[in-house]
Design a protein around this ligand. Sequence first.
Ligand code: C5P
Length: 367
Amino acid sequence: MPVLQQPQKPSPIHTQDTSMSCQCPRIPLSPMRPAPEKVSMLFKLYCLVVMTVVAATYIVVLRYTRTVSTDKYFSTTAVFLTEVVKLIISLGMLSWEVGGLRCMASTVLEEVIYKRKETLKLCVPSLVYALQNNMAFVALSNLDAAVYQVTYQLKIPCTAMCSVLMLGRSLSYMQWFSIFLLCGGVSFVQWKPLESTAVHIVQNPLIGMVATAVAVLCSGFAGVYFEKVLKSSSTSLWIRNIQMYLWGILMTFGGVVVNDGFAILQEGFLFGYTPLVCLVILLASMGGLYTSVVVKYTDNIMKSFSAASAIVLSTLASMYLFELHLSYIFVAGTTMVCISIYLYGLPKLENKNDSSKQEPKKMPVSV
Ligand code: C5P
């Protein structure tokens, strides 16, 4: 697997540096808190399955709240509140990592507030993710959930392209082929015949498609950018997340003011909120946090492959549980996913002209 080229800077969180004002233990010392790099395969599998199932449920529930519920809530407020929830959970996880609230507060001060340059790096993916998350609402207000799920799979080749351009990874022709095969396979597996659900709003499929295209580009770019920042130092994942969500809160609040400011003044911030809308926020938060954990332990391309396998497995499980029949399209999709995983893992050809034989390029952009 390609390795990032940037030097590993020691992080205060992982060293016993006592020069700082906080005297809290800088590494997780308790056996209850193993070093994050030493997680088991089972834990990775668990994160992947949860990430995938949460993402699929999120799409269906979001679509329902935008099209079937009567009072339409302000979607920008839901995106904003998701960032708030993710920040709170990340602060909680950091407390657990450093051993208490006081240590967490001083770590945040040291790592987030004082290291402004480091925090500034996360401004870019946070802005792009803010756009992506708002686009998901626009797309699902105008497109059927299955259509969105299928077209959104274009994020797989987009992520691969960003990994090549931004991380200097090299992919052989066979790996490129397997990535497109995977994209097609996942689309087939997720395809469901269009159901005529009662939709209470006017939809514009063109707007939905444009929003999906923007979300695809944002997903590829922001995912790889975050991976690059995360892996260019040994700074804790939770600190990186806190840095990003602080920006996220700022950016998404900008979205609330610009897009719905006047209407919110009249109707109220939580206008149209129901338990289902709260569920959308919860699912979006969980999905985002699990995504960050998966990217930490694998990479964005592996995340796509593993998520595809999780989609196949969870669809198979639900077919077994609900006694549904396998459709031809599902079998074709599953076969494509399996072949793509096999092809991606094949050793690269020993060819002089094969670009994959070359040393990985240095990362062109330093963050
Ligand atoms: O579809 P995709 O995998 O690109 O979705 C990523 C989602 O995970 C986005 O909603 C993004 O806001 C979220 N995320 C997060 N924290 C990270 C990385 C991504 O909440 N560190």
